[in-house]
Design a protein around this ligand. Sequence first.
Ligand code: UD1
Ligand code: UDP
Length: 402
Amino acid sequence: MKILSVFGTRPEAIKMAPVIATLRETPGVTSRVCVTGQHRGMLDSVLATFAIRPDDDLALMRPDQTLSDVFAGVMTGLDGILAEWRPDYVLVQGDTATSTAAGMAAFFRRIAVGHVEAGLRTGNLASPWPEEANRRVTAVLAERHYAPTQRARAALLMEGIAADRILVTGNTGIDALLRTAEAVAVPGATRSRLEAAFGWLEAGARTILVTGHRRESFGSGFESICEALARIAGRPGVQVVYPVHPNPNVRGPVHARLGGIPGIRLIEPLDYPEFVYLMTRASLILTDSGGVQEEAPVLRKPVLVMRDTSERAEAVEAGVARLVGTDPATIVSAVHRLLDDSATYAAMASGASPFGDGHASDRIVADLVAHAGAPMPVRLRPLIPREFADPARAARGAQRIA
Ligand code: UD1
Ligand code: UDP
């Protein structure tokens, strides 16, 4: 049984690492790993952390590359590997250009696709852009759908995916987090190294950890976020720590606006164990990242999401995340409230973990083993799923997901 895992960005690598580890240990499975190199430095860092040595590297990253460059490069680069190796399944993760293009390339070769982290939806194609479209396209192509939550399963059902092709698994990102958080917490060489590396954190100050990279916030959105961070840093007893994403559309404005402001530390993207450690040291987290929204609640850290929509509504509903958009006044007042009001803080630091129990990878691999080898069924889905044929019902559904 041959499984080809394809990924290319930092979050895909983190979320695929536990799956690859499980595939490696599963008797009867030959696991091959192809990285597209959509990201370079951030991807290589994760590969080193999890000791993954890819079999293939398409080395696609170019500075400020366009989405079409990535898409075309993945499809062309992968096609030869698919033709030559003929895996039983291609596994893709999430909603990046890499994952959708890889799914498409496999589909064109009539090779079955397993979609890890299927069914996340905001119901809004503009946010997150272009990810909402990417994941919908992958859902149309995939044979097996690994939904992290019941909500994600419901979204897939509503789009006409047959129930027997969906498995609710939890998010593999939580598998990676729990293993790493444990390694980081245990006294020993790793912890001592991390404590030394972050010796510059002011002991008496409360750390606000920030990440941000969403394309729909480029321009005015990022200016607003920077304005909010500058105001927050003016509060005594607070230090803002921001590992800045290397995308030039993020790095340029962030350094121009926030560089040199006292109380704000702009740093390079962190290796994953370093980032997990820093999350454990933070009082709260401000982010637009998908993965960080899932991780922060597990570590009992309130997370304020600098977006207008989230496909991780489970965290908002559980009260452990709050959507604050990019308006500076809203962000600043939400931060102050958390820092000033211990009851609000405690409610958001409840430890609810809606996204998984740390065993998603086992479920996914067991399911693949059960299904691999089965020929790709020639089964046309209805062009318009029944639910969407009724506009009133479709509208109710979209509201439920949003
Ligand atoms: C991509 C994904 C997004 C995911 C994000 C995670 C798409 C459409 N977007 O967005 O879903 O949330 O990754 O971070 O697939 N760069 C470097 N070094 C790196 C990585 C990136 O220099 O290690 C720079 C390059 O100039 C690159 C640019 O960042 O061209 C943008 O990278 P790209 O992968 O196209 O998009 P992201 O915005 O990172
Ligand atoms: N992360 C990291 N170093 C950093 C910032 C984030 O290792 O400096 C990790 C984080 O723990 C999470 C993932 O990267 O697992 C999130 O990646 P990103 O925000 O780039 O993408 P998204 O999840 O939004 O697709």
